[in-house]
Design a protein around this ligand. Structure first.
Ligand code: NAD
Ligand code: DAU
Length: 349
């Protein structure tokens, strides 16, 4: 048996990674460590929580002494680190919590791994999950490759860039066996409805205004979350130590075009007249420092490790919209309480 610590496993991407690993690898003990912030939700893993190779621990990655104890108590062989503050808009309002969790939290895990593994690095791995936002913003040409210089703009991106640097520093300085992946925008089930796609699906369903930042011309490169989880599986098992892999689907969309696809899909599924919900589009003040375009070149991952996305975007979006329509209880449990306060502060002031 191998003991694998997955951090942030109760969040959006983490829950897909935990599910994949628990179901696919009965020879791994999966230990999901999550602080259950507003973004963490035990409901995301209801279907696997009673499996014998799954353990949940509620802890904060910033507690470095606790992390040392956990490495030793569970005899951790490998880490897949996803826990983070992940929403750009929240980072603009409260950069400190992003520096704390994303930078200091990552450092506390790196230090715990270094202390517990104590230079016995055979079959050990610290896998850090990061984002394409560390590379900054593109104009209409070109792609981010693994060699693109870091140029983060938002406090979120700056905190993720910093955490990537710490991971590389631990590899260079202490020879800690690490690997990093930088992925583009994910979409799919269990995503917190503060992010564009679940927020807009929910608002279209409820005939609420769709707040499009600026002119809606910013471009994002969208990947189905289960394809991201598959990429993490491949990199975890076959990635070269000390290396970095970009993950993306060569699937760029201008926000406004993507929003029209969402409207069309939801309207069709709810038997509304075609385009009926386009009247909900409302152009609002742009996000501060809004990156214009992200586009990932993931050819290294394809050429070296053989990973490719499995789903076409249209199929993925339809699957995703159907999931949110069929899981209204999951959404309703979230959009109560604190979420209302967040929504008011973010969109109604
Ligand atoms: P999320 O916000 O949905 O989930 C984050 C999880 O981390 C939550 O379960 C939360 O409770 C947990 N967490 C937060 N602070 C913690 C702490 N101090 N200690 C322990 N747990 C804590 O995020 P996500 O969208 O699933 O992103 C997961 C990772 O993937 C992040 O590192 C993010 O930077 C990265 N990423 C996300 C995307 C995307 O499109 N969502 C794309 C590329 C990379
Ligand atoms: O690129 C990877 C990143 O993608 C991840 O690292 C982040 O964790 C994840 O949140 C995501 O960041 P974005 O800022 O690109 O995602 P978001 O869903 O917040 O916004 C997508 C685009 O839609 C962006 O151009 C801003 C715009 N937008 C977003 C919201 C929430 C709107 O126009 N209106 C909105 O209300």
């Amino acid at each position: 048996m191998k003991n694998i610590l997955i951090t942030g496993g109760s969040g959006f991407i983490g829950s897909h990674v935990v599910r994949l690993f628990v179901n696919k690898y009965s020879n791994y003990n999966i230990i999901n460590l999550d602080a259950l912030t507003y973004a963490g939700n035990l409901e995301n893993l209801k279907d696997i929580e009673s499996k014998s190779n799954y353990t949940f621990i509620k802890e904060d990655i910033c507690d470095d002494k606790k992390m040392e104890t956990i490495f030793s108590k569970y005899d951790i062989d490998a880490v897949i680190h996803l826990a983070a503050e992940s929403h750009v808009d929240r980072s603009i309002k409260d950069p400190f919590s992003f520096a704390k969790t994303n930078v200091l939290g990552t450092l506390s895990l790196l230090q715990a791994a270094k202390i517990y593994w104590n230079n016995n690095y055979a079959n050990k791995l610290f896998y850090h999950v990061s984002t394409d936002e560390v590379y900054g913003s593109l104009n209409n040409e070109g792609y981010f490759t693994e060699k693109t210089a870091y140029d983060p703009h938002s406090p979120y991106a700056a905190s993720k860039a910093s955490s990537d640097h710490f991971v590389r520093a631990f590899n260079d300085t202490y020879k800690l066996p690490t690997v990093i992946s930088n992925c583009s925008n994910n979409y799919g089930s269990f995503q917190f409805p503060e992010k564009l796609i679940p927020l807009f699906i929910n608002n279209i369903c409820n005939n609420k205004s769709l707040p499009v930042y600026g002119k809606g011309e910013n471009v994002r490169d969208w990947l189905f979350v289960e394809d991201h989880a598959r990429a993490i599986d491949v990199i975890f098992h076959k990635g070269k130590l000390g290396d970095t892999y970009n993950i993306g689907g060569f699937n760029e969309w201008r926000n406004i075009d993507l929003i029209k696809v969402l409207i069309k899909t939801v309207d069709e599924l709810l038997s509304r007249e075609e385009g009926a919900s386009e009247k909900l589009i409302s152009y609002v003040k742009d996000r501060a420092g809004h990156d214009y375009r992200y586009a990932i070149d993931s050819s290294k991952l394809k050429n070296e490790l053989g990973w490719e996305p499995s789903l076409q975007f249209e199929e993925g979006i339809e699957k995703t919209v159907k999931w949110y329509l069929n899981n209204t209880e999951w959404v309703e449990n979230i959009v109560n309480g604190d979420y209302q306060k967040y929504y008011k502060e973010m969109y109604e002031n």
